[in-house]
Design a protein around this ligand. Structure first.
Ligand code: KG4
Ligand code: ZN
Length: 363
């Protein structure tokens, strides 16, 4: 199959609060096309709790996934017999949801006798710009969502080196927690960004944790605590107080993110030469102020900034299908007994290539 025919892969994503399925076609020359991409967000179910509730998420995935898969297949206009592979995000993520998605993919693989690809969710984010922009390796990924904050050198399929990560909260998580403490709705990122537009970023002097350090790691919890302490001093914060707190918080995030990525790009350059691009993915990449800051950092580092379209930046099935198709093309398949994983470091494959990269003859 690797010899010359396009491949069709179904991808399933259930690691957090999106139930998603998609069909992607990969050309033998490495090009790709999305035939369907169905995403059903559970935001409404979780909003009353101010964050994702794992038990509610798992139940919603159980209820929704079959219908979403059927819709993805119908929209793609193909039957299961036409699939060359079925991919599911096997982690990292909320384990209940991961089990639902991976088990469904296994059932489809078994019944329709098609290969299974157990995809690392982070790898799927990492490979998306190859689908959307045909980007060649190597490149530097900044992944910032509600669950992850990482700077990764993407060197090839299954070849990743983590250059930096958060030692406590993810950036999106910090946005969500700030929103919650200020009484803004969930998800907090867009709300904090909106409030910050009317605020004075200089009124409060918030810390910029990790700035100036030679590694490319992040820390958000000290900043979050500083905002909480400032808010606690006010008996009832006015809308202007809230706007100023949000502006001060976002300004600190911009500074620390810029510093950390600049260091990450330097580390990349030292170890692997110039990256072909700086890629940003994850929900936080929707933040306009952060996008502008990334543009500046990329320009200073003499590289291009690539941000996939918003629907492919946040969690979706097409990225899982695409990562599955890339792995399938290299014969990197998985067994039906492969385990769902709550934690799964992206660079584990690089450390133990034989463990995950099973090469088998494809049909
Ligand atoms: O990638 P994503 O949709 O889902 C996962 O977390 O996997 O990212 C959602 C996160 C949330 O924490 C949300 O608050 C944050 O991305 N986010 C933002 C913005 N839009 C979404 N953070 C800052 N500014 C935004 N405009
Ligand atoms: Zn994600």
């Amino acid at each position: 199959m690797a010899s010359g025919k396009p491949t069709l892969v179904l991808g399933i994503e259930t690691t957090c609060d999106e139930t998603a399925a998609a069909v992607v076609e990969r050309q033998p020359d490495g090009g790709g096309r999305i035939l369907s991409n169905i995403v059903r967000s559970q935001i409404a179910e979780h909003a009353p709790f101010g964050g994702v509730v794992p038990e509610i998420a798992a139940r919603a995935h159980v209820d929704m996934l079959d219908g979403i898969v059927r819709q993805a297949m119908t929209e793609a206009g193909i039957g299961f017999d036409k699939l060359n592979g079925v991919a599911a995000a096997a982690g990292p993520g909320l384990i209940g949801g991961v089990i639902v998605g991976l088990t469904t993919a296994k059932a489809i693989a078994l019944v329709h006798k098609t290969p299974l690809i157990a995809v690392n969710h982070l790898e799927a984010h990492a490979l998306t710009p190859r689908l959307t922009a045909g980007l060649a390796f190597p490149y530097c990924l900044f992944l910032a969502s509600g669950g992850h904050t990482q700077i990764v050198a993407v060197l090839g399929v299954g070849k990743y080196v983590r250059l930096g990560t958060t030692v406590d909260d993810a950036i999106g998580e910090a946005f969500d927690k700030i929103a919650k403490m200020l009484g803004l709705p969930y998800p907090g990122g867009p709300e904090v960004e909106r409030a910050a537009r009317h605020g004075d970023p200089k009124r409060f002097e918030f810390p910029r944790p990790m700035v100036g350090r030679p590694d490319a790691n992040f820390s958000l919890s000290g900043l979050k605590t500083a905002v909480r302490n400032e808010a606690a001093r006010m008996i009832e914060p006015s809308p202007q107080d809230i706007a100023d707190l949000c502006a001060g918080f976002q300004a600190a995030v911009l500074d620390l993110t810029s510093d950390r990525i600049a260091v990450g790009l330097r580390l990349f350059h030292d170890q692997f030469g110039p990256p072909r691009a700086l890629v940003a993915a994850g929900g936080v990449a929707a933040n306009l102020a952060i996008r502008n800051a990334l543009q500046d950092i990329a320009a200073k580092a003499q590289t291009t900034l690539i941000i996939p379209p918003p629907a492919l930046c946040t969690d979706n099935g097409a990225m899982i299908a695409w990562a599955g198709a890339e792995r399938l093309a290299l014969g990197m398949l998985d067994d039906l007994d492969s385990a769902p994983r709550a934690r799964w470091r992206l660079d584990e494959d690089a450390q133990t290539p034989a463990k995950f990269a099973k090469t088998r003859a494809q049909h």
